[in-house]
Design a protein around this ligand. Structure first.
Ligand code: XUL
Ligand code: CO
Length: 435
């Protein structure tokens, strides 16, 4: 028996680019082989519990617009109904993964023991529901930013009792992720930062955060969790300043606290934009350090400048992101999680399906364009040509040399560099052939 929430909506199938069926995949064809690998295995799509099921449609100026049968979310029976509906959406979409925060899946209780008990109960239920469906857990995480206890941070809170709650909470969420066969565990520090330096000991807070993350890694090994620990950069919002500002900042943090071989990054399109970067910049920075873990796919509203978490709809942008992902060898244990929500006026069940179908098709188009550029090799050739001068023995020797020797060489050989075109417009035109 189904919940009836998606009544009248059939499982979405691939019908090809000429289909006019609104609820068909025109580009996402899971079994299509791209660069020797199935499309589904490249993209590894996940649906996010928080946006698709927990979010009630509120914004800073107005409350709930979605009136779902599982609202209000303060009761275990309704939490199970929410999980039933979730697995119905997964069956319709056929995507391989889902992601969750503890607070999305279990009702908040009066104390820690109650939160843990309901988390264990609902994740047992989710595990049973997942059996035989082909949809598993990409990652779990703890929501340590919504409840008022987290208002001054979790691991960076000046109150050690909050640090204790954070540690206890993450242990519970890691256990639950492990039980569900999760492939990664994510930490996004929404309140790990500050509102004002007037009341903040930045150094102490960073040390606590580094120590906390080391405990997470130790616990991962203790329980034999084979997944990847991921941190998710974002420069601000909700905090005025967040310590995990962007990929480069996170990499510096991980190195400082000895975690560079243990933790990778979960990069989000909208967070990159908030930090003043392109998505492909963040991916390339992480990949350069071997720290590309997973991606949260979405887009912001470029006029408002807010983190609007919309479904992606820009193929050229998505194509460049996947180009760098493919160049880096793929996402490994990671995937493409839709950290994307409907607009608050999009009330219907079919909107929820259509948002994901559109997002998956955009990503599939981006992936195919990226793979075609890799196969064609035009960008790689242009890159090689631009740096070809460095292949000579004289150039290589210079890297092991010193300033005085190099100066002597410039003088004796009369070296006089001739500027060459960076060819940006021609390269942009090249990309345009594929997108
Ligand atoms: C918030 C955000 C989170 C993380 C998980 O901007 O992206 O949903 O992905 O906590
Ligand atoms: Co995210």
């Amino acid at each position: 028996m189904t919940t009836g929430f998606f009544d009248g909506i059939a499982p979405v199938r691939y019908e090809g680019p000429d289909s006019t069926n609104e609820l068909a995949y025109k580009h996402y064809n899971p079994d299509e082989v791209i660069l020797g690998k199935r499309m589904e295995d490249h993209l590894r799509f996940a649906v996010a519990w928080w946006h698709s099921f927990a979010w009630e449609g509120g914004d800073p100026f107005g409350g709930q617009t979605f009136i779902r049968p599982w609202h209000p979310q303060d009761d275990m029976g309704r939490a199970k109904l929410k999980a039933d509906v979730a697995f119905e959406l997964f069956e319709i979409l056929g995507q391989p993964f889902y992601c969750w925060h503890d607070a999305d899946i279990r009702p908040e209780q009066a104390d820690f023991a109650g939160n843990l008990k309901t988390l264990e109960e609902i994740t047992d239920y989710m595990g049973e529901k997942a059996e035989g469906t082909g949809t598993g857990c990409l990652w779990g995480t703890a929501n340590m930013f919504s409840h008022r206890r987290w208002m001054s941070g979790a691991s960076t809170n000046p109150d050690p009792e909050v640090f204790a709650w954070a540690a206890a909470t993450v242990k519970g969420c890691m256990d639950a992720t492990h039980k569900l066969g999760g492939q990664n565990y994510v930490l996004w520090g929404g309140r790990e930062g500050y509102e004002t330096l007037l009341n903040t000991d930045l150094n102490q807070e960073l040390d606590h955060m580094g120590r906390f993350l080391n405990m997470v890694v130790d616990y991962k090994h203790k329980i034999g969790f084979k997944g990847t620990i991921l941190v998710e950069p974002k420069p601000q919002e909700p905090s005025k300043h967040q310590y995990d500002y962007d990929a480069a900042t996170c990499i510096g943090f991980l190195r400082k606290y000895g975690l560079e071989n243990e933790v990778k990054l979960n990069l989000e399109q909208g967070h990159a934009i908030l930090a003043g970067h392109s998505f492909e910049h963040e991916i390339a920075v992480a990949a350069a350090e071997g720290m590309l873990g997973s991606i949260d796919m979405n887009r912001n509203d470029y006029q408002s400048g807010w983190d609007t978490d919309q479904f992606p709809n820009n193929v050229p942008e998505v194509a460049l992101a996947y180009y760098h992902i493919l160049k880096a060898g793929g996402l490994g244990t990671g995937g493409t999680n839709f950290d994307a929500k409907l607009r608050r006026q999009s009330l219907d069940a079919v909107d929820l399906v259509a948002g994901h179908v559109g997002g998956m098709d955009i990503c599939a188009r981006g992936l195919k364009a990226a793979a075609a550029m890799i196969e064609d090799g035009g960008l790689e050739d242009a890159l090689k040509a631009r740096y070809a001068g460095w292949e000579t023995p004289e150039a290589q020797a210079m890297l092991g040399s010193d300033l005085a020797t190099i100066q002597a060489r410039v003088l004796s050989e009369g070296i006089k560099p001739e500027p060459r075109s960076g060819r940006q417009e021609r390269l942009e035109n090249y990309v345009n052939r594929f997108v």
